[in-house]
Design a binder for this molecule. Structure first.
Ligand code: NAP
Ligand code: HSE
Length: 439
């Protein structure tokens, strides 16, 4: 088939340029890559000097013009942010055009509105690049794992923060320097605060949760803590205790609400978490991401690979384009209809469980006076609140101060928060220096 399908590329930054590089060098790739033609490109700054050569006649700074252009059959949104990205996606759908997007911020907040509109218009909105960079995880959740009841999704799903944590764990790297390096390498968001404060990972776990459990939840209500306040001291102590610290995103099926029809509660969270050194996710380093899925009957399956950057992300975007191009070519020949497995549906109503009821192990670092009986008092408060201690260690003692690390057994956030409020009020406790999750 020599027919070309025209794509409109919105954005020619890290991801857009990566896509153009693949389309411009089809040799050795799936033959369908030769059926893609970049018909139009939108950028913000027409005068920017670019590493990639493009025909100046197809480039504009009006992305709406690209979406409406009759030569554009598929819209590839690689601009980022909420607006104008969301309006451009909706405009494409309203013009009967399928969309490929890497934009987790839009999909996490407006996924239902977008997929309802796409299903009504009979077009696709494919999002493989929105989570996990180059790792195929969206289509496996939609298709290959479709026969499973998914119980839990646990992921390292932000490349920038995993890169920073890996460098910090080596010892000498400064947080700011490593973040700047991640920006240069094209891993970080245009506003990297979304990476380091956990918002990017929260967007991604909201998307994975929607696919895994069949219904969306309120994105803004996901308890989210980033690595921006994490001290290298906690990484060092954790390592001495046999753990690695990773920014973990977790979505877990809790229960079907007995009193309400078809309402299912889920526990979601994003926070720096201690992982035992022999846990499969603790070996995921640098820009790599990994997603561990627990399902019935499959058991555990882990997806691993580069989680950000031009090449890996473009790999995922182009895979989505190829799916649409293949179907479009078939439609042109035979009038085939949409592939239901590529389309997105939600089939259950989900809500977030009360954060106080979410259970996990905890790592707590306390700065206290170095007096006799302090550890005993802390133990009493934890015991009174039914918090069981796995280990308690006094790490450092100078200037009459002690640093006490407590690792608890699994307990609800409610009980641990109540305990910490009491511990903070002890006259011997100077402060609760950190509180992290632990697997
Ligand atoms: P980027 O490097 O900042 O590129 C953004 C591109 O969009 C630039 O070419 C910019 O034009 C263009 N643009 C911005 N506003 C525009 C507007 N109003 N009209 C027309 N063009 C506009 O961003 P990126 O890293 O490629 O990320 C793009 C999207 O992919 C984001 O949603 C991001 O979250 C997602 N993503 C990124 C990665 C990654 O590793 N970078 C991985 C997965 C997903 P100029 O070039 O003229 O400034
Ligand atoms: N800023 C994101 C990250 C890009 O570092 O993971 C990939 O989604």
């Amino acid at each position: 088939m020599n027919q070309k399908i025209g794509i409109g590329l919105l954005g020619l930054g890290t991801v857009g340029a990566g896509v153009a590089n693949i389309v411009n060098s089809p040799e050795g790739r799936n033959p369908l890559v030769s059926n893609i033609r970049i018909a139009r490109i939108a950028v913000r700054d027409l005068n920017r000097v670019r590493s990639i050569k493009v025909d100046p006649s197809i480039i504009t700074n009006d992305p709406f013009e690209v979406v409406k252009d009759p030569n554009v059959e598929v819209v590839v949104e690689a601009i980022g942010g909420i607006e104008p990205a969301k309006s451009l996606i909706m405009l494409a759908i309203n013009h009967g055009k399928s969309v490929v997007t890497a934009n987790k911020a839009v999909v996490a907040r407006y996924g239902k509105e977008i997929s309802d509109a796409a299903n009504a218009a009979g077009v696709y909105v494919l999002i493989e690049a929105a989570v996990g960079g180059g790792i195929p995880i969206i289509e496996p959740l939609k298709q290959s794992l479709g026969g499973n009841k998914i119980k839990k999704v646990t992921g390292i799903i932000n490349g920038t923060t995993n890169y920073i944590l890996t460098e910090m764990a080596k010892g000498e790297a400064k947080y700011e320097d490593v973040l700047n390096e991640a920006k240069k390498l094209g891993y970080a968001e245009a506003d990297p605060s979304a990476d380091v404060n956990g918002d990017d990972a929260a967007d991604k776990i909201a998307i994975l949760s929607g696919l895994a459990f069949g219904g969306g939840i309120d994105r803004e209500a996901i308890p989210t803590k980033g690595i921006n306040n994490l001290e290298s001291k906690d990484i060092n102590y954790s390592r001495q205790l046999g753990y690695e610290v990773k920014l973990l995103a977790v979505a877990e099926y809790i229960e079907k609400k007995a009193q309400e029809n078809n309402l299912h509660s889920l526990a979601l969270r994003v926070e720096p978490t201690l992982l035992p050194k022999d846990h499969p996710l603790s070996a995921v380093n640098g820009v790599n991401n990994a997603i561990l899925i627990e399902g019935d009957p499959i058991g555990e399956v882990m997806f691993y690979g580069p989680g950000a950057g031009a090449g890996p992300t473009a790999s995922a975007v182009v895979a989505d384009i190829l799916n649409i191009v293949g179907i479009k070519l078939m439609q042109k020949e035979e009038g085939a209809c949409l592939d239901p497995l590529l389309s997105s549906i939600s089939w259950r109503n989900c809500i977030l469980a009360n954060t106080r009821d979410i259970s996990q192990k905890n790592y707590i670092r306390l700065i206290t006076a170095d007096n006799p009986g302090v550890i005993g008092k802390i133990g009493n408060i934890l015991g009174k609140n039914q918090v069981s201690i796995e280990s308690i260690v006094q790490f450092d003692s100078n200037n009459a101060k002690a640093e006490i690390i407590v690792i608890t057994h699994k307990v609800s956030k409610g009980k641990i928060n109540d305990s910490l409020a009491e511990i903070e009020n002890m006259k011997e406790v100077l402060n609760v220096a950190s509180h992290l999750g632990c697997l």
